[in-house]
Design a protein around this ligand. Sequence first.
Ligand code: PMV
Length: 360
Amino acid sequence: MREKDFVAGEYSGPFLDGKVTYRSPSNIALVKYWGKKEHQVPANPSVSFTLDTSATTTTLSYTKLAAPGKDFSFELLFEGKPKPDFKPKIHTFFSRIAPYMPFLKSYHFVIETSNSFPHSSGIASSASGMSALALCLMHLEKELQPGMDEIYFKTKASFLARLGSGSAARSITGPLMQWGQHQDTEGSSDLYAITYPHKIHEVFEGYQDTILLVDKGQKQVSSTVGHNLMHGHPFAEQRFKQAHDNLSELRRVFAEGDLPKFIEIVESEALTLHAMMMSSLPYFMLMKPNTLHIINKIWEFRAATKLHVCFTLDAGANVHVLYPASEKELILQFIKDELIVYCENGQYLCDQIGKGAVAL
Ligand code: PMV
């Protein structure tokens, strides 16, 4: 689908008041998106595991206005309380999606949102939050265009979520999602994510992600700033090419269940992401000493046991520990015995690969 396919046609359904709730998960990238062009177009394709328990639940109540307003009309409640500091982000999101959703100024919205993970845990809620809101808005648009099919619904939800936060495009379905045009994947697009269409070996079923909360503080450098520092970055072109190559290689890895190669690509991607940050100008570092302690412990444990545990990182100090469900017992025990000590207040979250967002 092209951009013009997302501009809404005539609305035939009645403009009714209503309410809808979606629960949308977070996701963790295996091949990372880092660097973007205008309009949230990624500089390279990425692929992610959709998570299961780390999720945002959003209820959107909508009331038709007597006449369309000059500006967007909405209230925002986070965990039951008004949250004025989130409003500018939602306002920006509405402005970006308004060309594709002309009904937005015809309603007053109440957006009630909450996360399954603890507040200020250092877990970014932008992917789960923006995808949940995009899906709620699609529900309303489907009422206005009753003939809309399921594929268009999900594709446009991903397209809209991307305009809120790039990685949010990948939180609509699961268990794997690919976002960004790539030569080996027909139907892949820079504008939205698609459900990974190639074979996935059964070893990835129920794949575990234990998220170690190393540092719950506010990031010193936002991902928006980080993405922008890839413009003029001395290693940018090589990095973007590497992401394409890793996606090509992962196709075989996913099909065959080649875990040693999976581990190599995933860890290399995580360290490359942080290497890009450390070699930007200005340079910065989001890993903390405990991030490195954890990585070294994982490497030692893997060498000693030959179990298939590995790590990945997002744009922060927290560590995602990935492992197959069949090795869960031994690896979770290792995490509890040796890694939790590096977490802030001993906090960690147990998650696993999930199927995507659901309407409640
Ligand atoms: O969606 P953003 O703009 O917050 O960027 C996310 C970037 C990474 O989490 C570091 C990588 C990714 O692909 O999710």
